[in-house]
Every structure is written in C-alpha cells, then in structure tokens.
Write a protein that binds this ligand. Structure first.
Ligand code: HEC
Length: 184
C-alpha cells in the first residue's frame, strides 16, 4: 500500500527532530525555526491520525478526522510560507536556501497542501457517521500526480475525488516539498 510507505517515510522524519543545539544568529531566528518545526510535527501527527482511520475504517470519527484536517489547513498555505519568509540560517534548521530562490514553487506547494486539507475537512463534514465507501479509493483507481505532478488545479476535481485519494495526494505534497526544500 502506497499510503503505508508514505507514512513510514514521514514517521522517520519525526525522529530527525532531535537536532543538536549550537549557536544561532539570533533568538528571533531560533524562534521561527522552532515554530515551523513544531507546526510540521503537528501536521505529521494529524496526518497520522487520518492515516489510521483509513487503515482501520471502524476507528473513523468524523470530528477527529475534521480536526486533523483543520490542523493541516491552518498550518499550511500562507502560514507555512510565512515561516520561511527570510533566510533563517540556523544550525537547527533543515530548510534549504533555495526556498528563497524558488519562492513561487514553494508557496504553490504550501497552498496545494492547504487545498487538500480543506477537501479532507469537507469530506469529514459530509460523512458524520461511518466512513462511507465514497471516501475510499476504488480498487485500481488511478493515482493522480507523480512525484512532480501533485498539483490538482481544479477545486471541483478535488472535491469530487474520494477523500482517500486526496489524502494520498496530500502525503505526496509533503514528500515532494521535502525532497526539494529540506536537507536529508
Ligand atoms: C511547502 C513545503 C513543505 C510542505 C508542503 C511540507 N513540509 Fe514538512 N518541512 C518543510 C521544510 C522546509 C522543513 C525543514 C524545516 C526546518 O528545519 O527549518 C520541514 C520539516 C518537517 C518535519 C521535521 C520537523 C522537525 O522537527 O525538524 C516534519 C515531521 C515534517 N516537515 C512533516 C510534514 C508533513 C507531515 C507534511 C504534510 C502534511 C509536510 N511536512 C509538508 C517543508 C514542507
């Protein structure tokens, strides 16, 4: 299952959070790095919650699913971009310097993430009871996007696809951005 593989990869990221402390240029820099890393960890926890409900459908709770989607919505888009507004040259940060050079691409990825989170939140709202078949991917359903094609341009397409599909695309958005903008 692709979802499991995605999750394993992301799960490892949180282990990388234990970074060494060393001198930083200013406390402001230190703060923004700490904030964005904490936001990323919160998004990872939220994605894990959603992933768990797709793995065990009986554990689905609309309100929890919704809360997790809202967490990602609130920490992506302009909020995420804003935390990478200037070069935070800090030993604690794993952000690559090309974020500033490739501003538009970075911001687009942050916005895509937000769009997926909004679609997931809407799906939870539409399905207050059990997780419905309509939320699941059909066997053999083509996965849109590839490593560099995760952008779903139309909101209509996004809201029409099963939530599970949108979730896969969302995880791809995480890994695509990390591949380009985060150090190994
Ligand atoms: C637009 C780009 C982008 C997107 C989208 C993105 N990330 Fe990140 N992520 C980064 C960057 C850059 C860093 C490194 C930040 C730093 O160390 O200053 C990072 C770091 C992380 C970390 C490590 C935090 C730490 O404590 O060091 C985790 C975990 C993480 N991201 C999870 C996620 C998850 C889960 C998603 C999707 C739901 C996601 N990210 C989406 C850019 C992104």
């Amino acid at each position: 299952m692709r979802q499991v593989n995605h999750w394993k990869r992301l799960g490892l990221l949180s282990l990388a959070g234990a970074v060494l402390t060393s001198a930083v240029s200013s406390t402001a820099t230190q703060d923004v790095v700490a904030v964005r890393q904490a936001d990323m960890k919160a998004m990872a926890a939220a994605a894990k919650t959603i992933s768990g409900m797709f793995k065990d459908q009986t554990s689905y709770k609309s309100a929890e699913f919704r809360l997790a989607a809202d967490t990602i919505r609130d920490k992506s888009g302009a909020v995420l971009s804003g935390h990478f507004a200037s070069e935070a040259a800090s030993a604690q940060s794993k952000a690559k310097p090309n974020i500033l050079e490739e501003r538009e691409r970075f911001d687009r990825m942050a916005n895509d993430l937000r769009d997926y989170a909004i679609a997931l939140g809407a799906a939870a709202e539409k399905n207050p009871g059990a997780m419905t078949a309509g939320m699941r991917m059909k066997p053999g359903e083509a996965m849109g996007g590839g490593p560099f094609g995760t952008h779903v341009s139309s909101e209509r397409v996004l809201s029409a696809m099963p939530a599970e599909h949108a979730f896969h695309l969302m995880l791809q958005a995480c890994t695509t951005c990390h591949a380009r903008f985060r150090m190994e």
